[in-house]
Design a protein around this ligand. Structure first.
Ligand code: AMP
Length: 311
């Protein structure tokens, strides 16, 4: 089943304790679609400026991603500058240049209309909602957001939350969104505001799904599920880990015959697998060299990491 994703296609300037890169290919939709492309066809909606060249386009095409919905307009691409200091789990935004995003109005190509899975990547919630409204027949809608939109665009974000099956956010964002410092209480506050399920990503500590009775009506007895993260000796650049988690998660789900509780749990493990690869190099570098064999090998390691019933 193809996934439609709308979000930022960007240039990122990133500083980590391992070094710095200037204007590497990034953006939430980019990281998401590269990760998801290992599991299912992906279609992207976004906007880029004149600084987006055939070199960047080739990164998407090498993974078979449909980029017909990436509009090219005069101006410059969205540019994010961020830094990781002591904690590799927390990005400090130094600068956000919206550039071509400022006047972006998403248009959905006719060939994207039959997409059954929709990912509203981190982007202005007003734009997320536009795409959500234009795709009323989708089977599953997942969304992400960040501090920037939670604090500055709350009313629009609340509208988006009401239309989500799954909200994927990190723990800091969950606390900010709910006003609760305890994560269980955060989830309990967020769930009634719309999303059927909330997945909270804890960086190097994995991710927890909090289910509501609407997550799997009549099917799921559990309130939550935790997927681990792989202990890594070296995290080079955490940028895109969250979007790669989302890409692995939704990509795997879209590749399955049905969205069952068991498929959902496996999808969270694949999310962790893709996140763990993303952080091994700067920007999209690791995703560009990754193979399906490596993914399956790491999935087996995740099993080993968390399996209780060994002899
Ligand atoms: P994450 O997976 O959470 O690390 O997301 C990283 C990506 O989010 C980077 O590649 C940035 O280009 C993108 N990003 C950062 N700030 C924003 C924003 N305000 N709107 C949309 N995308 C953003």
């Amino acid at each position: 089943m193809p996934i439609l994703v709308v979000g930022s296609v960007a240039f990122d300037s990133i500083h980590t304790p391992h070094g710095s890169v200037d204007r590497c290919l990034g953006g939430a939709a980019t990281h998401f679609s590269l990760a998801a492309s290992f599991f299912t066809p992906v279609r992207v909606i976004g906007v880029v400026g004149e600084d987006y060249t055939a070199k960047e386009e080739a990164v998407f095409h090498a993974r078979g991603i449909n980029t017909r919905g990436i509009e090219r307009v005069p101006g410059k691409c969205f540019h994010w500058t961020g830094e990781y200091r002591d904690s590799m789990s927390e990005a400090h935004t130094l600068q956000t240049d919206l550039n071509v995003f400022q006047s972006f109005q998403p248009k959905i190509p006719a060939e994207y209309r039959d997409s059954e899975f929709l990912f509203l990547a981190n982007i202005d919630p007003a734009l997320q909602q536009k795409v959500r409204t234009a795709m009323p027949g989708v089977k599953m809608v997942c969304g992400d957001t960040m501090n920037y939109w939670i604090t500055g665009h709350r009313a629009n974000l609340d509208t988006v939350l009401r239309g989500l099956d799954v909200l994927l956010i990190n723990d800091g964002e969950a606390r900010l969104l709910s006003g609760e410092s305890n994560l269980l209480r955060s989830a309990e506050r967020i769930l009634p505001s719309g999303p059927k399920t909330v997945i909270v990503k804890h960086g190097e500590y994995g991710a927890t799904a909090f289910f509501s009775p609407a997550s799997f009506p009549g099917e799921c007895r559990h309130r939550f599920f935790h997927a681990p993260a792989l202990p890594l000796a070296e995290v080079v650049d955490p940028t895109g880990a969250g979007d790669s988690f989302a890409g692995g998660f939704l990509g795997y789900l879209a590749s399955q015959p049905a969205v069952t509780p068991a498929a959902f749990r496996r999808a969270m493990f694949y999310g962790g697998v893709m996140g763990s690869f993303a952080v091994e190099r700067f920007g999209t570098e690791r995703m560009q060299s990754l193979t399906r064999e490596e993914i399956d090998g790491r999935f087996a390691t995740f099993r080993e990491l968390s399996h209780l019933d060994f002899d």
